[in-house]
Every structure is written in structure tokens, then in C-alpha cells.
Design a protein around this ligand. Structure first.
Ligand code: FAD
Length: 465
């Protein structure tokens, strides 16, 4: 742990000027405030500021820049790039206000609010945000990286739905970024802004009239993986944009909290969410039921408010490692690599918990040209691989497995990166591949104006222009 050096009585001034908490290592509440959903990643800031309002954020930024400390931003720890180590960590967990306006169909969301705080307020008016697989992630952090959820092919990424952001910049100033005010900053934040351009204290997003969906999972035995994946590839390509679907190779862990028929078992799953006429949705899924009866059928009508039931991501923090790739099409050889990587070899434990390929295209791809992260959202099929780091040794093996799998997939992928599906060093190493050269140059120009000294160096790693 590095020790904090400050000029004069800056720390005392900071303490006196913020409404929230200023914590140093060893202080009560420090470890809890810095803890991440991903337990494999640990923030170790010299000074941690739990901001209670925008002026606390601005005070923390000024304190950091005066004392030459880098700034990391923490909402939930679902998507850390470079953890804070000896700098200033601005914790957003108290900035959780949400207001929904059913008339304008918008939600105003503070910088640390999870989607879980937005969903009930929106769905009570028959409206839905472009939330992802779990409402446990921070709405702003998710949106700054794009935000691809179960309505994605129909309405686009969450970043497409933003009306404005309120941003505290490296100089400690507050600015509004929208189509009319600071439009270039607005553009940059939508897909290029994760932790690297300033602190978003609030955003306003558009909501969509989705109440009930036909959604869920069909589980087939793992030995059917190749057949199911090839069939899904052809079937999903025929579906219109009201369906966002995926296939999943799932290795349920042998843990007590996993129900008995699934515990320790492997499956290939067809997963998705249809937001059109519900009978039409049922008919589309019936094609699978008629083809081969699944061993478990969890597809059906559900309120969109129950979105989390589709992916059933684990709610409790866990030590995880993720990686990703984009395909324009899924060739048989790539299917073979995915099946071998994603399912256990006989007699051996699986390396990955989940290997999912989501059907993107649709509005995800159509809106790409205008978005900052144009390359990072332009493919048709988006792979995400997730493994659990059960020990440091297993972590090394998992890292090697992900690296080998990506190498084997190299001939079949586009080389672009969807940054929300990366964490740790990989997020920073692959940042540039989310942007076309022209968009990267625009992003660098915004970064050069907003944060010329790269104080916000813990998020997306925007290279110096
Ligand atoms: C279980 C799980 C499921 C997921 N499902 C999806 C999904 O379906 N679709 C999808 O697109 N992504 C998904 N993600 C990825 C997730 O959206 C990203 O990891 C996102 O960055 C998480 O944001 P956070 O604020 O919750 O996390 P944090 O780790 O706290 O923050 C992540 C990054 O965002 C920055 N950030 C957060 N808040 C602010 C702010 N107010 N101002 C400026 N920067 C900020 C941080 O600096 C950091 O760089 C998932 C991740 C997990 C672990």
C-alpha cells in the first residue's frame, strides 16, 4: 500500500468540504466501499471518497489533481479495467437517485445507480430501459461501454438511448453533454467513456414501451451442442429484430445453491427474448420444441420486469475472468473450437462456467456508424466466455485457456472488441480495437481537451493522439 502525500492541509480541506466520507486504508468502511462484484479484482486507493453529491465528486477530482493522484471511479466493480492502487477512488454508491417521467418516457439516473433501481420505476409505467443480462450492474457504467441487453436488436445499445450526461471533468468543472451542448463530448461518452473522460454524475435515457415478453431458456444435453449451435445459427439469422437470442454452453457449478437437476451438469441452451406479439413469439420457440424436446423448457411469457430471469446471472460477488470476440458468421470450425473450449473433457472439470454467443446485428449494428465504439458493436455474433478463479493457480490455467481459445478462434473473428465484455488488463489492452481509426482520433481529441494529463487512467485506455 502506498502512502498518500498531499500538499499542505489538502486532505483536511477535502474532509471539511465533502458531505460524504473520506476514507484511508484501515478506516472503518474502507474495505467495504472499495469492494468489487468481481472478487478477483481489488481497489487499493490511498484516498477513497464516497461521494454524496456532485460537489463531492468535483472536490475529490480537485483534490486528486492538486496532489497528482490518478482517479479511478467505482460503482459496483462489475467491469473494472485497472484497479486503483495508491490514487484516489471516487465511490458512486450513494449517488443512486432515479426519476422516471412517464410522459416524456425518460429516466434520469444518477452515476452510481444500478439498473435494479430503475426497473421497478420504469416498468410500473409500462416502460423499459435497455438493460443487460442483470439489473445488478451500474446503469451508467454499462451505458458508457455501450450496453447490450435483451432488447438490443430491436432498440440498439443503451448508449443509443441517452439524452444527456452530466460530467465532472478533470478540472473539477461540471458540464452537460447532449446533442446540443458539448456534442463531441456527448458522442465520445456513448461507448467510449468508461472511466476515462470524467465522472458521469447523472444521465437521462429514453425508455421503451415493452411490458411483457416471451423469453427464457431451452436446455438440451451437452452432447447435442454441435447440432443445437448449428441449428441456432441458421434459425437466429432468419428472425426479425424483435428477437434477441443466444446459445450458451453452460457448466453449472457443483454448488448447493444450484438446484439438483442442474448441479454439476453441462448443457447447451437456447436463450432469448421476443418483444413482439406473444403468440408469435411462442410459435418461434415452438420450432425448437417440435425439432427436439428440450430436457428443460424455461421459455414463456413473462413481465419484462423479470428480465433477470432470462440470464440468471449470479447475484453474489464472485472471482471471475471474462473474454470476448466478434464473429460476422459462425463457421463450423469456429463452432468446434467453442464446443471444445466451453464443455469439459471427459473426466475433467470444465474450464469455463459459461460460453455465450449473442445474436447482435439489427439495431446494434445499424446504429454503429454514429456511435463512438463503431467497431466494437459492428459484428453479427458476440461471444462472451466466463470462468471462475477458484484459486491463484486455477486463475493462471483459466487465463491460458482463454488465451488459447482466442488464438484458435483468430481466423474466424473480426478482431474488434466489445469492451463491456472485458475486464482487467484486457480491457485496457484492447480498448483501441473498439474504435475505427477515425473514431479513435476523434476520441483522442476529446480526451486531449477534457483530460490532457490522463488523470482518469483507470478506465478505457485511450492512447495519446
Ligand atoms: C454478471 C455480469 C453481467 C453483465 N451483463 C452485461 C450485459 O448483458 N450487457 C453488457 O453490455 N454488459 C454486461 N456486463 C458488463 C457491464 O455492463 C460492464 O462491466 C460495466 O462497465 C459495469 O459497470 P459498473 O458501473 O457496474 O461497474 P464498475 O466496475 O464499477 O465500473 C466499470 C467501469 O465503468 C466506469 N464507470 C462506472 N460508473 C461511472 C461513472 N458514473 N462515471 C464514469 N465512469 C464510470 C468505471 O470507471 C469503470 O471503468 C455484465 C457484467 C457482469 C459482471
Amino acid at each position: 500500500m502506498s502512502t498518500i502525500t498531499t500538499r499542505g492541509d489538502d486532505l483536511a480541506t477535502l474532509r471539511a468540504s465533502v458531505t460524504g466520507d473520506v476514507l484511508l486504508a484501515g478506516d472503518a468502511g474502507y474495505a467495504e466501499a472499495a469492494s468489487c462484484y468481481n472478487l478477483a479484482i481489488q481497489h487499493r486507493p490511498a484516498v477513497l471518497v464516497v461521494a454524496a453529491d456532485t460537489s463531492d465528486v468535483a472536490a475529490a477530482v480537485r483534490f486528486a489533481t492538486t496532489n497528482d493522484h490518478p482517479i479511478a471511479i467505482h460503482a459496483t466493480g462489475h467491469g473494472v479495467a485497472r484497479p486503483s492502487d495508491g490514487g484516489v477512488l471516487i465511490v458512486m454508491s450513494r449517488l443512486t437517485g432515479v426519476q422516471v417521467d412517464p410522459v416524456s418516457r425518460t429516466a434520469r439516473i444518477e452515476g452510481g445507480a444500478k439498473w435494479a433501481a430503475v426497473m421497478p420505476l420504469a416498468t410500473e409505467h409500462g416502460l423499459a430501459p435497455l438493460v443487460g443480462s442483470t439489473t445488478d450492474v451500474g446503469a451508467v457504467g454499462y451505458t458508457l461501454g455501450g450496453g447490450f441487453g435483451w432488447l438490443g436488436r430491436r432498440y440498439g445499445l443503451s448508449s443509443d438511448a441517452v439524452r444527456w450526461f452530466d460530467l465532472v471533468t478533470a478540472s473539477g468543472e461540471e458540464l452537460r453533454a447532449s446533442a446540443d451542448e458539448n456534442p463531441e463530448v456527448f458522442w465520445a461518452l456513448k461507448g467510449g467513456g468508461g472511466g476515462s473522460l470524467g465522472v458521469v454524475t447523472a444521465m437521462e435515457i429514453e425508455l421503451f414501451p415493452v411490458t411483457e415478453v416471451y423469453a427464457g431458456n431451452l436446455l438440451y444435453p451437452a452432447f447435442m451442442a454441435r447440432d443445437v449451435i448449428r441449428r441456432w445459427r441458421d434459425w437466429s439469422a432468419r428472425q426479425d429484430e424483435r428477437l434477441t437470442s443466444s446459445f450458451v454452453l453452460m457448466n453449472f457449478p457443483p454448488l448447493d445453491e444450484v438446484p439438483e437437476p442442474l448441479r454439476g451438469q453441462s448443457f447447451v441452451m437456447v436463450r432469448g427474448c421476443w418483444s413482439g406479439d406473444l403468440d408469435e413469439g411462442a410459435a418461434i420457440i415452438d420450432e425448437w420444441r417440435e425439432w427436439r424436446p428440450p430436457v428443460m423448457d424455461m421459455f414463456g411469457r413473462m413481465p419484462f420486469a423479470m428480465n433477470d430471469m432470462i440470464s440468471q446471472d449470479p447475484p453474489d460477488p464472485m472471482p471471475a475472468m471474462v473474454s470476448t470476440e466478434w464473429f460476422d458468421e459462425l463457421e463450423d470450425e469456429a463452432v468446434e473450437v467453442l464446443v471444445r473450449a466451453g464443455l469439459p473433457e471427459p473426466g475433467r472439470p470444465p474450464m469455463l462456467v459459461m460460453t455465450e454467443v449473442r445474436h447482435a446485428g439489427g439495431a446494434v449494428k445499424r446504429n454503429a456508424a454514429g456511435a463512438a465504439n463503431d467497431r466494437g458493436r459492428s459484428g453479427e455474433l458476440l461471444l462472451e466466455m466466463v470462468g471462475i478463479v477458484v484459486s491463484p493457480h486455477a486463475g493462471l490455467a483459466l487465463e491460458a485457456h482463454l488465451r488459447h481459445t482466442r488464438k484458435a478462434l483468430a481466423p474466424f473473428v473480426t478482431g474488434a472488441t466489445y469492451l463491456n465484455f472485458t475486464e482487467g488488463e484486457e480491457k485496457q489492452h484492447r480498448t483501441a480495437s473498439a474504435f475505427s481509426p477515425h473514431h479513435l482520433a476523434r476520441l483522442q481529441a476529446v480526451k486531449a481537451v477534457l483530460d490532457p494529463d490522463d488523470v482518469f487512467c483507470h478506465g478505457f485506455a485511450i492512447p495519446q493522439g
